[in-house]
Write a protein that binds this ligand. Structure first.
Ligand code: NDP
Ligand code: MN
Length: 385
């Protein structure tokens, strides 16, 4: 385990049913105006957006709604929203929805400070941002509690993540009631994202005692609640436990990063924006886990244990490998035993995807337990095809 490290996370977390009604009281501390960054459909249809705007108005905070954030948000949307913030002198950003609006909110908060395109912040570190509040509706990315933002350049297909200290949300509202409306496919894809965060942080080179504690609790919660939330959408206990798992795994990747599954997935959904992040991860997970198995046998055994797999006379090798079999079963139960081909990825794009993983997700590649080069990454993509 890594014995030289720092741990920092300033996000104030509010967890509990019905808490979105408190948004106004929470937000009022930061400004009397807020841009709400949200998607095009779900938060309107479920009435959640109305509840949030009402709470803000009741507290004397003026809301301005920007509801054009697409899944896998683009730099165009972010720059457009930042312009609205500057023009109207808005004092804070509220991200409302899944990882896409939350990531967009953090990027808008940075981009609104200066009149330069958000893409420039990949090279020029930012040290100031407007205050951000996250209200999360998927579980999920963990974006509600970490500093990362992932954005897509639609012209090139590049989909890098970035995150500076000023981008931490001030406060996160985690209200399981607003997650019950997730359709099965969103529950499945976002829930599998939680598993991959915990897996990649736990087995990554940058793991430490703090992040591993978060991961272990996340595995434990996933074991009992991922399929339950999928099969019983209205089960608020399962929804709440998945929301906790998401936040814990989100804290873990904030400390210890991700690995090759995320490095390869970003250029997949960057080049094919209709692919849900978690679906891309599902297509890539099994081949990548097999690739890493040998270098992290003990970790795989530990995860198998936390995932409730019985040892029952298995050798170390068999027990470590049983985690991969278990994950195949989980993917099948979630109807996510899918391939890149099934997701519409063209075979002749695999080389570009492999190249971009190294270009835009270098830290994740470096953090992967087993060393990997572009050729081996291409082979992983081919076996996931
Ligand atoms: P999205 O935010 O993209 O949401 C996916 C879909 O689910 C959207 O159509 C959305 O609706 C809908 N939806 C969201 N919440 C609900 C709900 N409660 N009820 C019904 N429908 C709902 O999904 P994710 O949360 O998976 O976020 C993915 C993004 O986050 C990707 O860009 C990914 O790369 C990034 N990411 C960020 C990480 C981080 O650490 N910051 C880590 C991992 C991934 P609508 O269209 O209305 O928004
Ligand atoms: Mn992810």
């Amino acid at each position: 385990m890594n014995n030289v490290f720092g741990v920092y996370n300033p996000v104030k977390i509010h967890f509990g049913r019905g808490l979105i009604a408190e948004t106004g009281r929470i937000a009022k501390k930061y400004s009397d105006s807020a841009l709400i960054a949200t998607g095009k459909n779900s938060m309107q249809k479920t009435g959640t957006l109305d509840r949030v705007t009402k709470s803000l108005k009741d507290a004397g905070v003026k809301p301005v709604v920007y509801d054009k954030i697409t899944p896998n948000p683009t730099i165009k949307e972010i720059d457009e929203a930042a312009e609205i913030v500057r023009k109207n002198n808005i004092g804070m950003i509220i991200g409302l929805g899944g990882g896409s609006p939350l990531d967009a909110a953090k990027a808008i908060a940075v981009a609104a400070k200066d009149n330069i395109p958000v893409w420039n912040y990949l090279k020029t570190p930012a040290d100031k941002a407007l205050p951000v509040i996250t209200i999360v509706s998927t579980s999920g990315t963990g974006s509600e509690v970490n500093r990362y933002s992932v954005m897509t350049n639609p012209e090139t297909g590049e989909k890098p993540g970035f995150g500076y200290e000023c981008m931490y949300p001030k406060e996160a509202v985690i209200d399981p009631e607003i997650m019950a409306s997730m359709p099965p496919y969103v529950t499945a894809t976002t829930g599998f994202d939680v598993f991959v965060h915990a897996l990649e942080a736990f087995t990554g080179k940058a793991i430490n005692a703090f992040s591993s504690a978060y991961c272990m609790q996340a595995f434990y919660l996933l074991k009992d609640n991922l399929l339950k939330a999928y099969n019983e959408p209205d089960n608020l206990d399962a929804r709440g436990n998945m929301a906790l798992a998401s936040a814990l795994a989100g804290l873990a990747i904030d400390i210890s990063g991700v690995g090759i599954i995320h490095a390869l997935e970003h250029p997949v959904s960057g080049n094919y924006p209709s692919v849900a992040h978690g679906a891309g991860l599902a297509a890539l997970a099994v081949a990548s886990m097999k690739y890493n198995l040998e270098s992290r046998k003990r970790d795989f055994m530990l995860i198998a244990h936390h995932y409730g797999i019985k040892r029952a006379g298995k050798s170390d090798d068999e027990y470590a490998a049983s985690l991969i079999e278990k994950i195949k079963e989980v993917l099948a139960a979630l109807k996510l035993n899918i391939t890149l081909k099934y997701l519409g990825v063209e075979k002749d794009k695999l080389a570009k995807i492999s190249k971009e993983a190294f270009m835009t997700m270098g830290f994740a590649v470096q953090n992967n337990p087993a060393p990997i080069d572009e050729k081996e990454a291409l082979r992983l993509l081919e076996s996931s095809y």
